[in-house]
Design a protein around this ligand. Structure first.
Ligand code: CAA
Length: 258
């Protein structure tokens, strides 16, 4: 029996799949689901046999937001003392590459969860939004920050101030998602992309992820300097030797992940 009740987990080769599974609530992110997604992602992150993690929902909803019914009766002291939502930071700290495969609604916390992942592949049915303002709150899992970095001030402001949703094509044009796919192909393509990442060197993939993420935290000069130092450190891996040797020998590299 699975140790989780609100998500499904499986592995296919070196790829782990986490499926949000509260269909009656359109995968609303209650506390239990938050604990379970974070616990599963951290467990996969510790597993050297896993090279990429895909997070997905259902055809109808990736996730329709944080669970409004659970939050409704909370007080300021409840959310402040519990540091409500801080647990999601542990997902952002996962070092294994993460992909969000989004179909249907990705609203509020659903959009924010997708944006915590390293990149988003969207079905043509996907709808992204930060509708919290209609509930008398603002985004609380990083939406005001990550959406602004992804799509710029104009669209982020409009979405956070009005709650307007963005469809998949607009999200791709704006840079929120890397690609839009026919809904029927979404999961297969996400697993294929994840498998292609997972067959690379895991430590080098982690370094690439860390370098890209640094771009959001620092100046260009410091970021380029950080990248160069990390680039130098790839030469300490057996995988650099294998990758470059395989190229010169005109064969496919077989990375040992070290
Ligand atoms: N929390 C709790 N339950 C939710 C939910 C949510 N965020 N979203 C949907 N549900 C529940 C509905 O209450 C409904 O349950 P019942 O059958 O028991 O009534 C069920 O899921 C199906 O939803 P609808 O009947 O509303 O389906 P619909 O197709 O008519 O509408 C929708 C779909 C437009 C997504 C609509 O459900 C909706 O607007 N949901 C809320 C979206 C939202 O405001 N999200 C932001 C939440 S706040 C947040 O996320 C804070 C943050 O920053 C972290």
């Amino acid at each position: 029996m699975s140790e989780y009740e609100t998500i499904l987990t499986e592995t296919r080769g070196r790829v782990a799949l986490i499926t949000l599974n509260r269909p009656k609530a359109l995968n609303a992110l209650n506390s239990q689901l938050m604990h379970e997604v974070v616990a599963a992602a951290r467990a996969f992150d510790r597993d050297r046999g896993i090279g990429a993690i895909v997070i997905t929902g259902s055809d109808r909803a990736f996730a329709a937001g944080a669970d409004i019914k659970e939050m409704q009766s909370k007080s300021y002291m409840d959310v402040y003392l519990d540091d409500f939502f801080a647990e999601w930071d542990a997902l952002a700290a996962v070092r294994t590459p993460t992909i969000a495969a989004v179909a249907g609604y990705a609203l509020g916390g659903g959009c924010e969860l997708a944006m915590i992942c390293d990149f988003i592949l969207a079905a043509d049915t996907a709808q992204f939004g930060q509708p919290e303002i209609a509930l008398g709150v603002i985004p609380g899992i990083g939406g005001s920050q990550r959406l602004t970095r992804a799509v710029g001030k104009a669209k982020a402001m409009e979405m956070c101030l009005t709650g307007r949703k963005m469809d998949a094509n607009e999200a791709e044009r704006a840079g929120l998602v890397s690609r839009v796919l026919p809904a029927a192909d979404l999961l297969d393509e996400a697993m294929t992309v994840a498998a292609s990442i997972a067959e690379k060197s895991l430590p080098v993939a982690m370094m690439a992820k860390e370098a890209v993420n640094r771009a959001f935290e620092t100046t260009l000069t410091e970021g380029v300097r950080f990248e160069r130092r990390v680039f130098h450190s790839t030469f300490a891996t057996a995988d650099q030797t294998e990758g470059m040797t395989a190229f010169t020998e005109k064969r496919t590299p077989v990375f040992e992940n070290r």
